[in-house]
Write a protein that binds this ligand. Structure first.
Ligand SMILES: [Zn+2]
Length: 254
């Protein structure tokens, strides 16, 4: 068994992140399972060292210990940064294509991507037979119309929820979905605790798991928890301006 904390260093952590850390650490304790720290910086274009420092500071303030992963920010940047593994993820994508993962290159802009509908990207790239040109085109997977993925008791219509989602970005970086599956496979993660807002991502990752040879990702136990919201009921997002750390408050928010 193994659980992991997987924060993204793209801003200072908020109460929702601490809530997730607390629930994950608690489940690991209950199961007697080791905990890994995995800092997801593969596509963190906004990475700043303070954000990574904030992760370590928060975990220490919450008294959460992990058995696998970087000890501190220097160790992270030198030995654990996913930015050093871009070629590894690229090789994994090419291997997945060889194993039958259907993909196509997409030249649509970010704005066009946002409106992508079931059956392909909004620009119709599925039928254009473009070449994957690093820095010019993204790579999308073909999600067949009607594709339903089971996540525990829930069913997700992946074609409606995600469409043909991106596995390799236009700026020549791996997309989160691919990175997460490869990392969870390599870590041998068995239990994944994340916010309910990531349910559709979970479905996308289970879909990818078959081609990336990651049966543990397809068979993992998923816990999707409710989100902590701000006082107006809105979703919290990372702050890029200030760190607001109150020791121990993360353990009181469940
Ligand atoms: Zn396109």
């Amino acid at each position: 068994m193994l659980l992991r904390l997987a924060p993204t260093p793209s801003g200072f952590l908020h109460a929702g992140n601490r809530h997730n850390f607390a629930l994950t650490a608690e489940l690991a304790r209950e199961l007697g399972a080791p905990l890994a720290l995995r800092i997801d910086d593969a596509d963190a274009a906004r990475y700043r060292r303070e954000y990574a420092e904030d992760i370590f500071r928060t975990l220490r303030a919450m008294d959460i210990e992990w058995q696998i992963g970087p000890a501190d920010v220097e160790d992270f940047e030198e030995h654990w940064s996913q930015r050093r593994r871009t070629d590894h993820y690229r090789a994994e994508l090419i291997a997945a294509q060889d194993h039958g993962l259907l993909t196509y290159a997409c030249s649509c802009s970010r704005t066009q991507q946002r409106g992508a509908a079931s059956g392909g990207c909004s620009g119709g790239c599925r039928d254009r037979d473009l070449t994957w040109e690093p820095g010019v085109t993204a790579v999308r997977v073909v999600v067949p119309v009607g594709m339903t993925v089971h996540v525990g008791e829930r069913e997700v219509r992946l074609d409606e929820a995600m469409g043909d989602f991106i596995v390799w970005r236009r700026d020549d970086l791996p997309a989160y979905q691919l990175v997460s599956v490869v990392e969870d496979r390599d870590l041998r993660t068995t239990h994944i605790v994340r916010g309910i807002d990531l349910l559709e991502s979970t479905a996308a990752q289970i879909f990818l798991a078959a081609s990336v040879d990651a049966p543990n990702v397809a068979e993992a136990t998923y816990v999707h928890h409710e989100l902590i919201t701000d006082e107006w009921g809105g979703k919290l997002s990372k702050s890029t301006t200030s760190a607001k750390i109150t020791p121990d408050d993360g353990t009181e928010e469940a």
